[in-house]
Design a protein around this ligand. Sequence first.
Ligand SMILES: [Zn+2]
Length: 432
Amino acid sequence: MGALTRRTLTTSLMVAALAGCTDGSGSAPGSGSDAGGASDSTAAPAAGGAAPDPAAKLATATRQADQFDYDAALDTVDGVDGKDAEDLRTRCHEEKDALVPWPEDEPVSHLFFHSLIVDPSRAFDGDDKEQGYDDYMCTIPEFTAVIERMHEDGYVLISPHDLAEPAEDGTMRPRELLLPEGRTPLVLSQDDVSYYEYMDGDGFAADLHLDADGAVRSRYVDADGTEHEGAYDMAPLLDDYLAANPGFSYRGRKGIIALTGYNGILGYRSSPREYGEDPDALSAARDAAAEVAGALTDSGWEIASHTWGHIDMGEKPLEKVDVDLQRWDEEVGTLVGDTDLLIYPFGADIAGPEQYEEGDVRYRRLRDHGFSYFFTVDGSTLAWQQRHGEYLRQARMNIDGIRLRATAAGEEHVLDPVLDAGAILDPARPGL
Ligand SMILES: [Zn+2]
């Protein structure tokens, strides 16, 4: 991580500049860190609130087995008679016996994206934001190609909470992560899922919301002003992919959504500080944001703090860090719940690759605020991870135009083993 690349740092700085950043964070461990992961442990209830019928139990148990949670599957199918149930029980026992532990503290790759470009002709329209979008964003076909390739190569989505968890004395302890032979864990995250004001009209989704069936979808307003509801960003795209490919997820895990607060969250102008002049609109925005956040976390997504004001946690004066942490709690934490995940804006860590020191004043501040999992950025390695004292830290790899272009041009080789960047690069990008 010594090469905590200047490029990467610049990357995030640009995004922040685009975002018009002004000058907060979760608390208390435990967000999404339930021991069993995110998989449903109960079958879908039948109409009228009656007990699930055997077919529903069987469907739920099959999905749990597909996602390597064999104990849950066996529980779900307990008491169900018939050959299908018997076959599933046999399968669970056989596959469970064949699981192998991911080696303790073996670094796990962590890829991240920003909001996805729905309409390249609007993002790349020659205005002063085009370069930033080309550098730091991916298009929907690029994201989909990356996901398909990682899945084909045997990667399985997990949460950092599956790698380690705080013991009672606060010490971060490894957790046993069991996967079939040949599978490799992978963490996915998406930064700045705010649908910032500056992106309006540039070919991105406008929000995440719940459709009539309660599923998370996005709203997209096209160049003609027509509204569409569908999968126009990472969360609904991955939800759809996992519905068809449940085995890409370990026990229902999906990804981490990193939120700032100054433009609100998830497409809702939910910041009282910034949008308080219309109390009714603010209240409606906050209710809607909380509902979507709840649906996301109920379905396997996790939420991280990305600070309220997208601030540099390594450089900002401590008193400003305190203000920001409190602001995130008040404006975002009240909508999404506590989080123990901190994704550093700009990839700007509070230290280099050396271990955090217990007595370091910035580290203490963040720990005391409830963060136990820290995420920086490093484009020079496919996986970097550090468990020490009371924390787990990972470096993340940015998947964006800069990375894909450099890899496709042969200037960088870190991604070569996992992605064919030349094939993935969207020809709709400028100059391609
Ligand atoms: Zn950011």
